[in-house]
Design a protein around this ligand. Sequence first.
Ligand SMILES: *Cc1c(COP(=O)(O)O)cnc(C)c1O
Length: 361
Amino acid sequence: MAWPSWLPLRENLRPLSPYGAPQVPARASLNTNENPYSPSSALQKAITDAVAKVASDLNRYPDRDATVLRTKLADYINEQSATKFSADNVWAANGSNEIIQSIFLAFAEGSVLGFTPSYSMHPLIAKVTGTAWIDGKRNADFSLNTADAVAEIQKYKPVLTFITTPNNPTGGAVTIEAIQMLADAAKSVGGLLVVDEAYAEFSQEISAVTLIANNPHVIVIRTMSKAFAFAGARVGYLVSDAAVKDAMMIVRLPYHLSALTQAAAEVAIDHRAELLGGVSTLIAARSTVVQALHDLGLTTIPSSANFVLFTGFKQDAPQLWAALLEKGVLIRDVGLSGYLRVTIGNEAENNLFISALKELI
Ligand SMILES: *Cc1c(COP(=O)(O)O)cnc(C)c1O
């Protein structure tokens, strides 16, 4: 970006442009890994009622610690993973991106390691907070090489090591045994292992939350934006040892999570059976889309998430991306040469994607 010379923008920010997928209207929006199913009218009403209730108190600040919400999130995790967490093990914020930023603000003194390609916000937030980012490497098929990753942790001694499982944009998941090995390596260099599990509900692997009791240096990031079908409300959280949560309370902004957000999110968690009801449908649809891509002669990276990375088309990625958009299908060019990522949508959206693709390749 061409910044005006009078603007004393920090030197390390001058080469950057704002992050974000293009927000353009399309018949099928399959670019940001949202859940395609909107809340039922009963749930919409329950949320509206809860918000109406707090509206009379909007002259007051919200619960600074979001204790009710954090307790509900802990209960949800315990239910999924047979753990014994309480609100002391959970911190919530405006999307897991805010959680990631808070982790950097609290801990990132020294260097931070991640394994590319992965979630691009990890290195971007490193840059914005002035932290040195080290790009670890993956196998050629994008899977994480545990032995190499352990060696890189031992070599660079990062204060934070980030892994994303299932990984975005590639979709592959890391086994709990491999995560334990990375956790051991991170511990041996005095660092923390941060496991971004934004897509955990779509995966069969055991969650890293089960490691926390014996590995207090493991932090797990979760979000309500993907499986929970609640992206518009902006609620992300972490699960951790209580000491990590206490550190989050040092760097958080006062009253960061609005009373409206807290009220809506509490209702959403109470209705989790409905909101998470789409997950199995999306997993089944993922197989259908993968099969259709294979039938078109394309290659896919095995995915444990609600999206698929594919390759094998003749155009370059930006070209095919634009041609699909012309046909009303918005997917994601993640900047990997020869690859595009498609989010699994509802049946009509998936069919539109496949039929548009069929005409183009
Ligand atoms: C989508 C995503 C997030 C961010 O989600 P929020 O909406 O900010 O909660 C975090 N990590 C990964 C890997 C994601 O794909």
